[in-house]
Write a protein that binds this ligand. Sequence first.
Ligand code: PEP
Ligand code: MG
Length: 892
Amino acid sequence: MTKWAYRFGDGSAEGGADMRNLLGGKGAGLAEMSNLGLPVPPGFTITTEACSYFYSHGKSYPSDLREQVERALGSLEHSVGAQFGDPDNPLLLSVRSGARVSMPGMMDTVLNLGLNDRVVEGLTRKSGDERFAYDSYRRFIQMYAQVVLGIENHFEELLENHKLDNGILLDTDLSAEDWRTIVTGFKDLVAQELGRPFPEDPQEQLWGAIGAVFGSWMNPRAVTYRRLHDIPADWGTAVNVQAMVFGNMGPDCATGVAFTRNPSTGTNEFYGEYLVNAQGEDVVAGIRTPQHLTIAGKEESKSDLPAMEEVMPEVLSELHRVRRRLEDHYRDMQDIEFTVQRGKLWMLQTRSGKRTAQAALKIAVSLVAEGLISREEAVGRIEPASLDQLLHPTLDPTAKTAVLAQGLPASPGAASGKVVFSAEEAESLAARGEAVILVRNETSPDDIHGMNAAKGILTTRGGMTSHAAVVARGMGRPCVAGAGDLRVDYATRTMTARNVVVAAGEVITIDGSSGEVMTGAVPTIQPELSGDFGTLMGWADAIRGMRVRANAETPTDVRMARGLGAEGIGLSRTEHMFFQADRIGAMRRVIMAEDETGRRLGLAELLPIQREDFAEIFRIMRGFPVTIRLLDPPLHEFLPKTEDEFAEMARLTGRDTEAIRHRAVVLHEVNPMLGHRGCRLGITYPEIYEMQAAAIFEAAALVTRETGASVAPEIMVPLIATRKEFDILKAIIDRVGREVMEREGVTVPYLVGTMIELPRAALRAGQIAQTAEFFSFGTNDLTQTVFGLSRDDAAAFVGAYQRLGIFEHDPFVTLDTDGVGEMIHIAVERGRRTRPDLKLGICGEHGGDPASIRFCQAVGLDYVSCSPYRVPIARLAAAQAALAGGEQDPTP
Ligand code: PEP
Ligand code: MG
């Protein structure tokens, strides 16, 4: 026989905390509190299985449910010493929903159930308070009519009219007689709307309420909430039927909610609110101003309403005991609900409390200090992605905002500034000390200086791995990408969305954590990397096996990465070093040259610049490995495009504009991402890689001499498809290395390895590993090439693919472990078979994504590399991956 109803209360329960799936969060909490001997009004929980049965059997109940409910109700009556529906000694019930995970406010509740015209008289006699009895009755009719009978809310109107007609301002001034009249009015309203009288039979009321709670699992609000939070529809909700306790029986009654610690800061202080002479929904409804539990809380919020500590000191002491008992038992901060009836405390709910990232850290660290949890548990409790909240300025949550458009949350943090539509404008305004937001349809390498100068970046096109997104994350600039509703008109220097026109120079705010674009300046709060952050990260570092490096190339970013705990550089994109205004000219000269001699002229100019850049990275990352990638980008990214740029190029090279334009046309590619880029540049123009290798070895020699400690660069070749390509380029690097070392008289230990970012390279990893000393998985390109999906164009339809369930996640954000993952798995296995000590890492954007990091651990990578601001996230995620052990099987 299936058990559908589980009793609780009176110091014991049939269920417990471990039965959350069956009893729902609320039911499990009530049962557990009963087992702990805490004061819980007795009741019973109808299981989530009954809900599943209800939906799989045409909304009907299991045949033995009624009998089990009757029996549970009988035992409830026995323990309370009152009868449901008995006018002489009435028992009233609350009927509340409760799913496995909390779905706040999504489902239905009915309180004061069991009242009718006769029972209300009994309640009057029993309580000695007619006003209370009729107030409860009208609350019940109103709630039942809305929740169970589906009658629209005209009740408040009727109540307001009664008050107006009788010159009454406050509900508390209404007499028993007033409530009696209002009850009659409410019942007439129901009869009118329903075509039959309000149900007087308590049993009918009870089954109506149970049906309504089950029914509310499928209401549109709940369905939407489940979709947004990935909650399966077949979980169902439980129904908790419980003896009513009354917080509205007079001045010695109250109702309240509390967190056992401060949920914003994590401070170990009791944090809660209550209302005297009220029922639970009054606190939530926000009609009356709640009062603080403690005098400290009252003083902090500058409230002049008395604290519970002053009004009901014994109850507060009792609550303090409950708080300690619950925290000791659950070993976590709890969110509780309670009611005080005539000076006696009753607990109505306990669950793990929601908290900010800052509070989560403080609570986890404190609980370890208090001996309640281990360091491993503390590390496991922090959501890695939530650390973002701590690293960037965030919008002041109390600020009012006017949202203009919605894009992708491409790089976290919030920023306000004047709108500019070009990188040049961004740079010149920023030079004058102005805060600017650079707005572009999309960004290109030409815009880097403007992006660097801007406080934030907003684009109308492109996805999470678009140029703007990758560069902004690398720089730690907030970025909203792909805000498709926004129309940018460069000619008039305006942008438009939702009929609002914003001109250059006007102030907007972007929130790179939510993707929102807002008009005006919204105040932000600066992050604080408190001692708790350092403590918890230290524990994470001790647990994890994988190393964490950063993708960075500018000294600022490398320093930032080191400060955030990066243990080396996993990717320096050398092309990013050429975008500054004073360098792009020389770079263009290299690209536009008609022959090798012309190229070598430009390269000679770039060599000292590169050498100094590399030296600076080696200095900052002293003692840690640094991977430098040779030039990778599609050539076309460097081509001059505008007439001004053609003219500038002509001036620099002493050639005429027409020749420059012609060369640009010759170099133009139809599909640059699959064109003349990556190692193909090194193969066709070996002098480029020669110069870069020389700069690396010379810088290493320089810093070795400066510091006395050897510098061991890892030189990485991008976009290899064949071992032949790699061998040709490795021979050049080795030769240049020998030459420099001989010339400088310094030994530079170095490795030459390759990125694995093409399927062919993954498949041929066994051969490539014969000469390559390390692999770094470039999962941005590998995702692009395994799917045949352009990383720059995918944003337009990935959303639709996700909605249709074709993609579970955006594969450019979270690694597609089935497909791209299989490629990586093959490459790891074949590579290591050839070279067992092959060093393996990942440097695509996935290196900073917690779910992808779990895969990296499972597949056996040595390190992950990600943008500097993601380093702490990766450190924590790597520790959690280590704690999870080999839970995820990487074998497809
Ligand atoms: C990659 O392809 O994953 C990678 C790291 O290189 P990039 O993003 O520079 O192409
Ligand atoms: Mg790549």
